[in-house]
Ligand binder design. Structure first.
Ligand SMILES: Cc1cc2nc3c(=O)[nH]c(=O)nc-3n(C[C@H](O)[C@H](O)[C@H](O)COP(=O)(O)OP(=O)(O)OC[C@H]3O[C@@H](n4cnc5c(N)ncnc54)[C@H](O)[C@@H]3O)c2cc1C
Length: 522
């Protein structure tokens, strides 16, 4: 039986951030995830590094936390952040009271805010509607959550932590009021193993309740579904927020070569309700065009959805009114003295969530130094650097190797980048190579959404001996199904032509019809 000091369930920003925090304090950990890095909300969010301005009207504590944490991250992980700046803009008909109070509310929370007149705002961002009536500049930014988690995990591993992807927690063994071991199962091979533990942290996000159910405990969580849209081009330089109390379709976040528009907040039945719908997409675009008219006609290449776990809110009917703060629960009060749950919160505040959790763990363990993530810069690792748009083409241009084939033509990802990703991939990820490579790179993220590169990548993986027999077809099916879920609700215009071509290619030529068992699922 293997053993660890702390077993962390979930490899989102919280779990990977916690592993790094603990490693810097000299505490070893194993992170397990039933899928891979950022399989939950951490891999399906807006990518907005909040300045805090979004929350000044209703949740000053959240605003202050975002301001402080945003500043720390900009200093210590600049390679994960594009410091775009942000604008809050109101259009005719928006709540004038909210607009009038905004600057004062920002001042109260210490969030820098500068009023600009409508003309200047439109010079700064020409896509803004000529109907805007007020604008304020704030220090919002965009963050690459994949690079953040990959680098956090890589740094933790360098300092002794271990990551086990495709590893689901299936049982927690309890003796005398303590969890003594955690049973895990590899989702591909079915192999079961027990890990002896001193402490266990449930960082399973929206699945936190499922983990607690394994030991007969409950948590008051509701699921709020957020849907987002990806444009094929970048629409603005800055983050653009609608200046009104939080509502749908309020935020456009630029990320590299694209922009991300959203989001909704709809009550969902379960944590894997990941399927964006046509009605959600239509509603988002319909609402957002008042702020940025071009959003009505621009090309969208994908939609995606994820679940926010909102804590302490089952009796509240309005999910927008529930705090987006985090909950750190010590289950000692429920008779389990080495078990914590950390859930809720924001990508922007993940470091603080990890710090608070690690502080409590160290107190329970009676060892471990003070938190260092406030001061120690996050190094950049090769495992994380290929998620940045432009990094692979830059490398390809630098090498000037005319024989080197490009695997993904939309994002210009050459063979050498695939080789580097494969070399750094965790061993246990076997069985989902295409998805794992996609997660660690820009493969499949461009306008064709995997149409061509899924075939090229499979072929290359056969050449490299990574795939054998008919594995490539199953790999492609899983990869393309995941992409199709995002294409399905935006099939019009160019994307319809693209989808019809892909249907002919994948179904007509390769017989890759959708798997009837999973086609209708979230
Ligand atoms: C639509 C949307 C937009 C958002 N936009 C922003 C934003 O712009 N800015 C911002 O700051 N925040 C944003 N957030 C919030 C942010 O994304 C989350 O707070 C954050 O990602 C939560 O990370 P986490 O690690 O706690 O949970 P998750 O990322 O959900 O990770 C939980 C992990 O647990 C794993 N897991 C579950 N069950 C098991 C099991 N049995 N065994 C092993 N592993 C398991 C899952 O596979 C998953 O990887 C957004 C959230 C949503 C949903």
């Amino acid at each position: 039986m293997s053993a660890t000091t702390v077993l962390i369930i979930g490899a989102g920003v919280t779990g990977t951030g916690l592993a790094r925090d603990l490693a810097l304090r000299g505490i070893s950990s194993i992170v397990v995830d039933k899928t891979d890095i950022n399989a939950g909300a951490s891999g399906g969010n807006h990518g907005l590094l909040h300045s805090g301005a979004r929350y000044v009207g209703g949740d000053v504590m959240a605003a202050v936390e975002c301001r402080e944490e945003g500043g720390i991250l900009k200093n210590l992980a600049p390679h994960c952040i594009e410091d775009t700046g942000g604008l809050f803009v109101a259009v005719a008909g928006d709540d004038e009271r909210y607009v009038a109070d905004f600057a004062l509310n920002c001042r109260k929370a210490g969030v820098p805010c500068r009023e600009v007149d409508a003309g200047t705002a439109r010079e700064m961002e020409p896509v803004l509607s000529d109907g805007i009536i007020a604008a304020f500049e704030v220090p919002d930014a965009s963050v690459d959550p994949f690079r953040l988690s990959l680098d956090n995990m890589a740094h933790a591993e360098q300092l002794g932590a271990r990551f086990m992807p495709m590893t689901r927690v299936v049982a927690l063994r309890v003796a005398k009021g303590r969890i003594v071991s955690v049973q895990v199962q590899h989702v591909v091979t079915g192999e079961v193993a027990d890990i002896k533990v001193e402490q266990v942290v449930n960082a399973a996000g929206a699945w936190a309740g499922e983990i607690l159910a394994l030991v007969g405990r409950e948590i008051d969580l509701v699921f709020s579904k957020g849907t987002l849209l990806v444009t094929s081009d970048r629409i603005s330089r800055r983050v653009i927020n609608r200046l009104r109390p939080a509502a749908d379709s309020d935020i456009l976040v630029p990320g590299g070569t694209v922009s991300i528009l959203g989001t909704t907040s709809l009550r969902a039945a379960h944590p894997e309700d990941f399927r964006p719908t046509v009605a959600e997409v239509d509603a988002i675009i319909d609402d957002a065009k008042a702020m940025i008219p071009v959003l009505d006609t621009t090309r969208y290449i994908r939609a995606y959805a994820r679940i926010r776990p909102l804590f302490g809110s089952s009796s509240n009917q309005d999910d927008r009114g529930v705090s987006r703060g985090f909950a750190l629960l010590d289950h000692e009060a429920q008779g389990l003295d080495n078990f914590l749950t950390i859930t809720g919160g924001k990508l922007s505040t993940f470091r603080l969530m990890a710090e608070k959790t690690a502080d409590l763990l160290c107190a329970k363990l009676g060892r471990g130094g003070p938190c260092q993530t406030r001061n120690v810069a996050l190094p950049s690792f090769s495992s994380g650097k290929w998620t940045e748009p432009g990094s692979a083409p830059r490398e390809w241009m630098r090498r000037k190797d005319t024989d080197e084939k490009v695997i993904c033509e939309c994002e210009i990802v050459p063979q050498s980048v695939i080789d580097e990703i494969l070399a750094g991939m965790p061993a246990a990820s076997s069985g989902t190579t295409l998805l794992s490579v996609g997660l660690r790179s820009r493969v499949g993220k461009g306008p064709c959404q995997g149409g061509f590169c899924a075939i090229r990548l499979s072929g290359y993986l056969y050449d490299r001996g990574v795939l054998a027999r008919d594995q490539g077809l199953e790999e492609m099916r899983a990869f393309l199904e995941e992409r199709w879920r995002g294409i399905r609700p935006i099939v019009w215009g160019y994307q319809e032509i693209q989808a019809e071509f892909q249907e002919a290619l994948h179904c007509g030529l390769l017989d890759l019809e959708l798997n009837t068992n999973t086609a209708g699922r979230g």
